[in-house]
Ligand binder design. Structure first.
Ligand code: FPP
Length: 238
């Protein structure tokens, strides 16, 4: 790792992996072909993240809105998630990666939920990279869920409304215990967050590229990190 990279490394990076469909279309291939190529990009970026010492990597794989896609594409994506876990979890474990899914799992198939539970249990004590994959994730839903839990605690008399503060809310989010993302990357030229980590990204640096996700290489990733290292973060101060 170069000294420059080590200097001000983002601890937590979030990535909105976008452009798989367009990548496939450019090659006159079905959309799922782009998602499969996207898995290769995931492999290389997870490896690179571990190598340079990123602490947390959160990848947006499937939003609460993605159920609106054609049934065949949704099923294709679900089987890619299952295959990824079956094929990769041992390798992730060997590399000391702690794997987690963030999102509402109840809408996923029983077999996928089991695979997720096994993968999370196997890797839960690992001390290297924390890899969060966001599946059936929505930032607003995450906040609503947290508010409901807090409201329940108030109704049960376990706390007072005055006890609510940002630390408490954060403890009810999927990312409880993890630091907020320093850097959020989005590929494919779209310039929005699309309901990704909306609470946690309050002070994140945003980095956009026209590169489509399947073409997102380690070199492009290092470019994003390098740009991040040149940013001045003020968190509202001067
Ligand atoms: C966005 O591209 C991509 C997705 C909605 C799915 C991301 C999934 C993967 C990268 C592969 C499977 C993931 C795992 C964790 C194994 P898009 O389809 O919106 O592309 P488009 O905007 O060009 O249509």
């Amino acid at each position: 790792m170069s000294e420059q990279i080590a200097a001000k490394l983002p601890a937590h990076i979030g990535i909105i992996m976008d452009g798989n469909g367009r990548w496939a279309k450019l090659q006159n291939k079905p959309r799922i072909f782009g998602h499969k190529a996207g898995v290769e990009a995931i492999r290389s970026i997870v490896k690179a993240s571990s190598k340079i010492g990123i602490k947390v990597l959160t990848l947006y794989a499937f939003s609460t809105e993605n159920w609106k896609r054609p049934k065949a594409e949704v099923e294709g994506l679900m089987s890619l998630f299952s295959n990824y876990l079956k094929k990769e979890v041992n390798e992730l474990h060997k590399n000391n990666v702690c794997f987690r899914i963030i999102g509402e799992k109840s809408m996923l198939s029983g077999s996928l939920v089991n695979l997720i539970a096994e993968s999370e249990a196997l890797t839960k004590n690992n001390t290297g990279l924390v890899l969060n994959i966001a599946v059936n994730y929505g930032g607003r839903d995450e906040i609503i869920w947290a508010v409901k839990e807090i409201a329940r605690d108030i109704a049960l008399g376990r706390m007072e409304p005055e006890d609510i503060d940002s630390g408490m809310l954060e403890r009810h989010l999927y990312t409880a215990g993890l630091q907020d993302p320093d850097l959020i990357i989005r590929t494919s030229g779209e310039l929005r967050l699309s309901n990704f980590l909306i609470w946690q990204s309050a002070y994140s640096e945003l980095w956009f590229t026209d590169v489509l996700w399947p073409d997102f290489t380690e070199a492009v990733y290092m470019g994003a990190i390098n740009d991040f290292q040149k940013r001045k973060r003020r968190y509202g101060g001067v």
